[in-house]
Design a protein around this ligand. Sequence first.
Ligand code: ZN
Length: 284
Amino acid sequence: MPELPEVETIRLGLQGKIVGLKISDVEIRLPKIFQGNPKDIVGSKVLNLRRRAKILLIDLDNNLSLVIHLKLSGQLVYHKDGKQATFGHPIPFAGTVLPAKTTHVIFTFSDNSVLYFNDVRQFGYVKIVKTSEVEKLKAIEEFGPEPLTYEFTPEKFKEIILKKKMPVKLVLMDQAQIAGVGNIYANEALFLSKIHPERKANTLDDNEIKKLYDALLEVLKMGIKYGGSSENAYVNALGEKGTMQDHFMVYGKAGKPCPKSCGGTVKRITQAGRGTFFCPSCQK
Ligand SMILES: [Zn+2]
């Protein structure tokens, strides 16, 4: 699932492409993906792109916003010439030409450029909402603080960690506690801070909490720096894969030697139905 760094990479990529463009057409090829009347946004101009946790928000100049959730396998791919959207590289689950079978919504702009929403698993969605009501959406209202903003201080993080008795990894992944962190970055942050993923959050000492805070910010920034991780369907706004997966320390590395050369082997366990990867000798 695309996490904070992946959605942020898409936002940054689209920001330079579609701000200022007018939507001239919306083609919905799979109705369940799209909520709202597409006629309400045709003729409106893109003002700004924002991100909240793993959700992308496109603000329009008619007081409406598009709320886009990629869920497991959504893709948002821009092409400057929609009539010949041929890519020099294959897009996962779509191929080199768009629209593909997995293309469910097509936004065309007045300069003939196009934004494709693809989703092989079809759990993602595009929703039209009044801009003033975005923050009140149930999916958004419940989010905890954004880790890459000033509100997410070490003190705030400590408060979040210490009030929870559940395993620390699950706290990191709880969107109501911290927004945007999913399985990949939770695994990587715990490895970097040498904390066992099953430790109960409220048993971490001050030093461990500070290390985990720093590690979390570090891996999220790394994810953005490398354009996100493309172990599955994720691609950036130009349909290109990110390279964060080449920098994973433990995620998906069960049976491999610990990257810290401690002599240990990366182990996989399951927590809340998700794979947890860690080094039993480094992470206590
Ligand atoms: Zn180790």
